[in-house]
Design a protein around this ligand. Sequence first.
Ligand SMILES: NC(=O)c1ccc[n+]([C@@H]2O[C@H](COP(=O)([O-])OP(=O)(O)OC[C@H]3O[C@@H](n4cnc5c(N)ncnc54)[C@H](OP(=O)(O)O)[C@@H]3O)[C@@H](O)[C@H]2O)c1
Length: 348
Amino acid sequence: MRAWPAGSPRDEGEAEVDRTLDELADRGIDLDPATPGQHRHGDEIHPSDHAHPHVHSGIDEPPVIGIVGAGAVGTALGVALNRAGWQVGAVASRDPGRRERFRSLVPGARGFAEATALLDEVELVVLAVPDDALAGLAGRLHLYSGQAMVHTSGALGAEVLEPAMAAGTQVGAFHPLVAFADVELAVAALNGATVAIEGDDQLAELLARMADAIGATPVRLPPGTKAAYHAAAVLAAGGFVALLDAIAELGSVAGLDEAGSLAIYGRLVEQTLANARALGISRALTGPMTRGDTGTLERHLATLRAHAPGVLPLYVAAAEREIALAERRGVLAPEAARTMRSSLAPPD
Ligand SMILES: NC(=O)c1ccc[n+]([C@@H]2O[C@H](COP(=O)([O-])OP(=O)(O)OC[C@H]3O[C@@H](n4cnc5c(N)ncnc54)[C@H](OP(=O)(O)O)[C@@H]3O)[C@@H](O)[C@H]2O)c1
């Protein structure tokens, strides 16, 4: 209790203290927490058995959303949902810079340093944190009846969130198939992307509406298939970048810089993708493996050993797959396929 007389020179100091306390509260930092079993609303402290969370959307309105993790996915999702008219009520990030950036991009979101503080403010909790942090976080966050929690991981199932559950709560997953490298690019890419959703029927229906709202297409995967679905996504994104990196390394042997390689081979990549879309993957295959051209294959292997040995394993793995594809398509005779495979075997 402060007892400074009004109008004293201490007024400005008191106002400063109040501003600091407001700012800390706004960030979810409570300097005077209630004792366990109790709950505080401003100055009022009472048993913590009243209805939570404190916010409720109207009937037929989207739930108030809270995002834990102001990283690549959390921030872009927050921006996309906010622009779609869904209320993003709060964000939790331990990093003040990321938290403030999120709040500047998502008007109306309160910022918390601790994910537990966010639980009182929202109805749907989105955990956009690294896969390895999910289980620990779910163990520390306990949902109130009526709340739901989802994560954005493509690799893990919704069951990793079960420790957060209590009666009347639901858990699920909302995994957008987007490479989140930059906020605005990711927000644009969410429009038209696929989102894999998990959850019981009621939550899945809500998540499907959430995907629709940001222009994405929701899909429900058959049980037990999520890891394969995600491994394919990793090949399509990170795996393809690894391939581009190898292409650029070989391009540099021929005197091309990265931009030059991207300009020249990028067109070939686009053409190949267009062919696969139009004709199917198998008929899009071209090159020495479809002709049984062992001489060319051996020249490639020799130059890779001499100038780009780091690219060799990737070239060999792709060539093995191409030979199998050409054989299946019926353009490469089994004998020619055998000869090519023996060229790929490491030299003695
Ligand atoms: N990146 C992609 O392209 C992509 C695509 C689809 C799905 N996903 C999935 O989305 C999730 C988030 O990925 P991201 O790329 O956004 O990761 P990120 O950029 O690294 O951001 C992760 C956020 O989580 C916070 N965090 C980290 N460890 C935490 C912990 N132990 N407790 C609480 N918060 C923690 C981080 O720190 P602060 O609290 O310090 O802010 C950060 O804000 C992952 O499950 C990932 O698999 C990623």
